[in-house]
Ligand binder design. Structure first.
Ligand code: NAI
Length: 483
């Protein structure tokens, strides 16, 4: 099997060489195609940080094993790490956090074992980076949560949980507040859960989840979250097991997967051969498991755990009374411990299974297909208008423009209703949402909305608008606080 390898920047080459030396000593049946990616490729004038040849190699092999990469500052270029994840639709980010003996944490000292897998949606949410200034004082970020995108990552999480015989799979969310976006994610979670009756599926609100993770991390097994919440919760979990030096990450797509450590290029220690290669090694082991190379993965992981248990450590962790090993010595210690098993929780060295990784071109994207639910109608429109008038004055003008098809239902400011009822204590900014709905459920079309837009634009600057969709009785929009 051939895989693409990018050594990366900073400590990247040092830790990648250490990990590949362990793979070579273990006779892992992989061939490496080294590709040009990273800051030095940006510096050569490639705007996305990789050469065309690198892109072709990754798209042919379907697997990229990468070291950390630096994004040049202040040149307006996007992070190569984020670009790679998005370009190749690696929709699930899997991070495994487990107690490593020899790595002291509050929980290891208290004898509380941790074995947690966080699956984070990797493409959507606010990470689309679609942001606008609506007025000089008001910024808006669009948060996309889609049904096919959510189904894809949740299905992956359930399938993975089933394979690892998980005790529990939990959806972390904030659907009590973001009823439409997180509500959709949660709905997808329970839809997929029906297909896996053998798994205990439940959900926890994300703030409560954070509290429970730091008090009882051993009660969780697999947790699936949207992108931003998953980003935050996974770093929290890294802290539970000893920090970023022990946090591996797998970016999983249907065709291309990227395996990397969570940490960055550590410029402060680069070039000194003192970096800790554990997170990259754990990412590599996750890659071997993904490729079906279970025997090598189990054997190397046992040697790593045994080495840690013996107190061997790099300078960033471990018992300071034992001299630290450098990167190469740490890798050699693992190699010398091949065949040994840790006294606590040794990993199974299972037989290899045929790899199911396939790379092919998509002629048609199945995610574009939608099963529309019921009869879709336009029930009204939210007009986002810029004004420094008081709510009553705005309402007066809006009522004049409503015409025969629309009624003004309410006006809100930062999501709080300020007309027809409200409180004089609500603070206002110069951005209102005037909600118009159709009179007597009269069916509206886009031309009606444009007519209202043109009329209103005589009095106001309209920064954006959103159609209010309805499917049968089901509303596709949230209500303002107080509505
Ligand atoms: P960082 O993770 O590189 O470093 C934070 C601290 O942790 C430093 O003190 C560093 O010495 C230490 N550290 C990190 N990895 C270590 C290891 N394996 N062994 C021992 N100590 C380690 O984060 P920072 O400084 O914010 O970012 C540096 C660069 O890395 C930036 O250019 C950033 O864009 C990039 N980066 C790349 C990532 C990737 O390729 N996936 C992820 C995060 C940052």
């Amino acid at each position: 099997m051939k895989i693409a390898v990018a050594k990366g920047d900073g400590i990247g080459p040092e830790i990648m060489d250490a990990v590949l030396s362990i793979f070579d000593a273990a006779k892992v049946p992989l061939e490496y195609d080294f590709v040009d990616m990273g800051k030095w490729v940006f510096d050569k004038g490639y705007n996305n940080g990789m050469t065309d040849e690198a892109k072709n190699t990754i798209e042919t092999t379907g697997i990229l094993f990468k070291g950390p990469m630096e994004t040049p500052k202040g040149k307006g270029v996007k992070s190569i790490n984020v670009t790679a994840r998005k370009t190749w639709n690696t929709y699930a980010n899997k991070r495994v956090f487990q107690t490593l003996h020899g790595v002291d944490t509050v929980f290891s000292k208290a004898g509380i074992p941790i074995d947690l897998t966080i699956v984070r949606e990797n493409i959507e949410d606010t990470y689309g980076g679609i942001e606008h200034m609506l007025t000089h004082d008001v910024a808006l970020s669009r948060r996309f949560i889609t049904r096919p995108g959510s189904m894809q990552v949740i299905r992956y999480a359930f399938e993975m949980a089933k394979k690892k015989q998980a005790r529990r799979i939990t959806c972390g969310h904030k659907a009590n507040i973001m009823k439409i976006t997180d509500g959709l994610f949660l709905e997808c979670f329970y839809e997929v859960a029906k297909e896996y009756p053998e798994l205990k599926a439940d959900d926890v609100i994300v703030d409560d989840l954070c509290m429970k993770l730091v008090t009882r991390p051993d009660t969780f097994d697999v947790v699936v979250l949207t992108n931003l919440q998953g980003d935050i919760v996974s770093d929290l979990c890294a802290g539970l097991v000893g920090g970023l030096g022990f946090a591996p990450s797998a970016n999983i797509g249907d065709h291309i997967c990227i395996f990397e450590a969570v940490h960055g290029t550590a410029p402060d220690i680069a070039g000194r051969n003192i970096a800790n290669p554990t997170a990259l090694l754990l990412s590599g082991l996750s890659m071997l498991q993904h490729l079906g190379l279970l025997e090598s993965a189990g054997m190397i992981e046992n040697a790593l755990l045994y080495t840690l248990e013996q107190g061997v450590h790099t300078g960033d962790f471990g018992d300071k009374s034992i001299p630290s090993a450098n990167t190469t010595e740490f890798a050699n210690a693992i190699i010398n411990n091949f065949g040994k098993k840790p006294s606590l929780s040794p990993k199974p060295e299972l037989e290899d299974v045929p790899s199911t990784c396939t790379v092919f071109n998509l002629d048609k994207n199945p995610m574009l297909e939608s099963i529309e639910e019921g009869n879709e109608t336009i029930a009204g429109v939210d007009m986002f208008i810029e004004s420094n008038l008081q709510p009553n004055e705005i309402a007066e003008k809006c009522l004049r423009h409503a015409g025969v098809k629309f009624k003004l239902v309410n006006i809100s400011n930062r999501g709080t209703q300020v007309w027809p009822t409200g409180s004089k204590f609500t603070n206002l900014v110069n951005q209102y949402n005037a909600r118009f709905e159709s009179i007597d459920n009269y069916p509206l079309n886009q031309q009606d909305v444009i007519g209202l837009y043109v009329s209103l634009s005589g009095d106001f600057k309209i920064s954006s608008l959103e159609l209010l969709h309805q499917w049968g009785e089901k509303k596709g929009y949230s209500l303002a606080q107080g509505q």
